[in-house]
Design a protein around this ligand. Structure first.
Ligand SMILES: Nc1ncnc2c1ncn2[C@@H]1O[C@H](COP(=O)(O)OP(=O)(O)OP(=O)(O)O)[C@@H](O)[C@H]1O
Length: 381
């Protein structure tokens, strides 16, 4: 656990970067620091590994005052990842990752085999190890940065906008990877970002700072979204707070009902006989996976003997129990029937949920988190 007690940081030019910070960042969790530019996030992060010394106050790491620990020793237990990875350009990827183990005197072959292991852990192929950083994409370089920070297996990771310089698609992939790694590694992570969606996705807790280095609120994402401490936090979270909240719970508790489906290889005549109604039909594969909705107009365009799968279908994405309520609502809005296809782990249809089923659950979730009841920290897939 990282514990700040009455920590202040002023620079010689008179800037107060951090003002009277008292907060605990729990062990094995991701605490995300957010806030507008210049509000003290990076300074807070850098005080943890003594790259910046507080003007006053104390910081304890797992019960030890970090001031009593020599900086090099302290940093051995703290991985550090920055934007654009900060890799050494003239060293191969493998040597970059092996940097800290080599400094710790592990010996070349042990350090390199650990580096190869980490390359795999962060999802890079073995041949990437022989390349130089400039021969990798920005997203791959960030993975190497994470691997390098993890090399000596430090219990704490400081991440300063690590995914800030990559495009949104790669950013989402890197976030997924970090969450996957964290499920196994359970590091104490402090993560700085400007991006509130990234904070909601990654954070077990989110700390919102305002200019002048004041921490305004530190809470689990759902609690923050449902009960912002003041107008500053509410404005910072944006006017889609309600929708963001729906990304934090799953669709698992929403009921589903059976539905008559048609297979893609059924003829239109057979389909009409089987369903007996004139409305959007859910078309499934031979295995029972939802493919899409065939609306009456699309079926009218077919001859009786033609297969239903030949019609222009509105795609139906199968929603699993691990998907978020927001994903389900999105599907319900896009579906011509107002129904969401619910699937099992193998992608096979198990029923449908209606928009109103989803709305009811959304309302109940909103009410639960708004009343001040304890809010679970976990998030949906
Ligand atoms: N070495 C320094 N000397 C003087 N002022 C500094 C120094 N480092 C940071 N500051 C100032 O302290 C304040 C907090 O800076 P910090 O980098 O912690 O903010 P931040 O929230 O991380 O900002 P950003 O999101 O832009 O990275 C800013 O006003 C910054 O200009």
């Amino acid at each position: 656990m990282i514990k700040f007690t009455a920590v202040n940081k002023s620079f010689p030019n008179g800037t107060t970067a951090v003002h009277n910070l008292t907060e605990e960042f729990p062990e094995g969790e991701i605490t995300v620091l957010v806030g507008s530019s210049g509000c003290g996030k990076t300074t807070t992060l850098r005080m943890v590994n003594r790259m910046v010394e507080p003007t006053s106050g104390t910081i304890h790491l797992n019960g030890r005052d970090i001031h009593d620990v020599a900086a090099p020793e302290l940093r051995r237990g703290i991985g550090y990842v920055i934007q654009q990875a900060g890799l050494f350009p003239h060293r191969t990827v493998l040597d970059n990752i092996a940097t800290v183990p080599l400094l710790l005197g592990w010996g070349r072959s042990k350090a390199r085999s650990r580096a190869a292991e980490l390359l795999e852990l962060v999802g890079l192929p073995p041949e990437a190890g022989k390349r130089y950083p400039h021969q990798l994409s920005g997203g791959q370089q960030q993975r190497v940065g994470v691997a390098r920070a993890l090399a000596a297996d430090p219990p704490v990771l400081l991440m300063d906008e690590p995914f800030g310089a990559v495009d949104p698609v790669v950013r989402t992939l890197l976030q997924d990877e970090l969450l996957r790694l964290q499920r196994d590694l359970r590091k104490t992570i402090v993560f700085v970002t400007h991006d509130i969606d990234e904070a909601v996705r990654l954070g077990d807790r989110i700390a919102v700072f305002r200019p002048g280095g004041h921490l305004v609120q530190c809470a689990a994402p759902a609690e923050l979204l449902a009960r912002p401490a003041d107008d500053f936090v509410a404005d910072f979270l944006g006017n889609e707070r309600g929708l963001k909240l729906l990304s934090l719970t799953t669709v698992a508790d929403v009921p589903h009902q059976p539905i008559t489906t048609v297979r893609a290889d059924d003829t239109r005549a057979a389909a009409r006989r089987a369903t007996g109604h004139y409305g959007p039909l859910l078309v499934v594969s031979a295995k029972g996976e939802p493919l899409g909705w065939a609306d009456p107009g699309a079926l009218d365009a077919l001859a009786d003997h033609e297969p239903v799968g030949g019609a222009a279908l509105t795609p139906a994405r199968g929603v699993t129990d691990a998907d978020s309520l927001l994903t389900a609502l999105n599907e319900a809005v896009a579906s011509p029937a107002g129904l969401v296809a619910r699937v099992d782990g193998a992608g096979v249809l198990k029923g449908v949920s209606s928009r109103s089923d989803i709305n009811d659950r959304a309302g109940a979730w909103h009410a639960a988190v708004s009343t001040g009841a304890p809010v679970p920290a976990g998030s949906a897939a």
